[in-house]
Ligand binder design. Structure first.
Ligand code: IMP
Length: 446
């Protein structure tokens, strides 16, 4: 039995969907523990493309139980659309379970997210405008609506009548928007409730039972470490905790049940929305990575900002998540390049920094210090083992592993399931400590 957390080690969009899909093969239960429909996973199975926002990609395996955990925020309308999409493709959704204590994203959350971004002007975060921040804000303010409330028509009516009255003041007076009709919202959402009811459970109890039965549990993080509300590049973050620690809170489990933490990082870096990005590439090279990597958001369609691999944030992700190993994705995107830079440190006003500053204004003044490696100038899309890789590609991976001080367990070279090199079984292979030699060697691909 192994209970594993998979997290994004950068600013999200690392290709976690493909890696969790691969690992879901040996999982009995997959738990999504935070975030909402701001996330987007693209999974490709035999040329069929699945775009999922809330439902864990484990749903594509007929016997895997998929849990949308307590720490998530659930937009019922989008969730039902996803369920319909899967059913239309003959994928069974009977194993989808939704936590009764997850919070519900309501229409006013979306409206407030959109309006507040406009209101902020130059200070905007660049959110997905899916109502995520306002849903979590209501949770903290203790006026949120949980799935369990949505399942109770009388309580829901009562709660929503006064909540909408309150939100209408904000919509009308602060944002100059028309008020919402509480009865129309109530009717719409009670309709969703009827359809979702068969899936609603006490999720932490289900996970606890799975632990007792020694079933394999995969905790799937959305977004990435640097978007974490507490540990990311605040304020340009999301409103939940994508870091590994979030899996325990958002799943409702104790940390002692976790066996492994796997970080997913792209072979380069991307970021969507606002905020400093020292290794960002503008011009032709940035465009090349964007085009070759199809770097457009699954949820918003926004063009992602692209840059070189940033080992400063990478090392931070290793530390803050306690990573055991890494999955490096999209290596093939670098195939055509003559030379590849890796950001090994930052220059901040003449000082060399190995960590990023917490102050966003200082972070914006950081300049990348690069180490340049030769490119391999040939396709890697067909490679299925380390031996198949060109020497320069292998050297690049070794360099990343040495910088990050964790072994690379998986290398992904394309969107399809088979375009993958499994270096080491990330779940059942030896733990990091066993692979780690004191000189920092042998920590990477062997
Ligand atoms: P929010 O989560 O919609 O509030 O957006 C806050 C920040 O997180 C913005 O910079 C978004 O672009 C970013 N973000 C949210 N979800 C994702 C994701 O799944 N991938 C990458 N960035 C995301």
């Amino acid at each position: 039995m192994a209970n594993v957390i998979v997290i994004g080690a950068q600013w999200g969009d690392e290709g976690k969907g493909k890696i969790t899909d691969l690992l879901s093969r040996s999982a009995d239960v997959v738990v999504r523990y935070q975030g909402g429909v701001n996330a987007g996973h693209t999974v490709v199975v035999q040329d069929q493309i699945f775009k999922l926002h809330l439902i864990p990609s484990g749903i594509l395996y007929p016997n895997t139980e998929c849990i949308i955990g307590s720490g998530t925020v659930v937009d019922p309308k989008v969730l039902l659309e996803e369920l319909d999409q899967l059913k239309a493709l003959n994928i069974s959704t009977k194993n989808l379970l939704i936590s009764e204590t997850a919070h519900v994203t309501m229409p006013y959350h979306r409206l407030i997210d959109q309006a507040s971004e406009e209101f902020r002007g130059d200070h905007k975060i660049g959110t997905t405008k899916r109502g995520i921040g306002p849903t979590y804000a209501d949770k903290s303010e203790r006026i949120g609506i949980r799935v369990v409330d949505l399942m109770d028509p009388t309580g829901f009516r009562e709660h929503l009548r006064w909540t909408i009255e309150y939100k209408n003041v904000i919509l009308e007076k602060l944002y100059n928007l028309p008020p919402l009709d509480p009865e129309a919202v109530i009717d719409e959402y009670l309709g969703y409730a009827d359809r979702l009811r068969p899936h609603v459970v006490d999720s932490s109890m289900r996970i606890y039972e799975a632990v007792q039965q020694r079933r394999n549990i995969l905790f799937e993080g959305a977004q990435g470490t640097l978007l974490d509300l507490d540990h990311g590049t605040y304020p340009y973050v999301t409103s939940s905790n994508p870091v590994a620690g979030g899996a325990c809170v958002g799943g409702g489990v104790g940390p002692t049940i976790i066996d492994r933490v796997i970080g997913v990082a792209k072979a380069y870096t991307t970021r969507v929305g606002e905020g400093p990005f020292p290794a960002e590439l503008e011009g032709e090279l940035g465009k090349l990575l964007c085009d070759r990597g199809a770097e457009f958001g699954t949820t918003t369609g926004r063009k992602r900002r692209c840059g070189w691999f940033d080992a400063v944030i990478g090392r931070y992700a290793v530390r803050i998540n306690g990573l055991d190993c890494l999955a490096i994705t999209k290596l093939d995107v670098l195939d055509e390049l003559d030379e590849i830079n890796v950001c090994v440190a930052y220059d901040l006003d003449g000082d060399r920094c190995l960590d990023f500053p917490s102050n966003a204004r200082l972070f914006a003044r950081c300049h990348p210090i690069y180490k340049t490696l030769p490119g391999w100038k040939q396709s890697t899309a067909h490679c299925r083992s380390l031996e198949d890789l060109p020497t320069q590609a292998l050297d690049y991976l070794k360099f990343l592993a040495e910088l990050m001080e964790v072994p690379i367990a998986i290398v992904s070279l394309g969107a399809n399931r088979d375009q993958t090199i499994i270096v080491e079984d990330p779940i059942h292979g030896p733990k990091r400590a066993l692979l780690h030699d004191t000189k920092g060697q042998e920590v990477g691909v062997k």
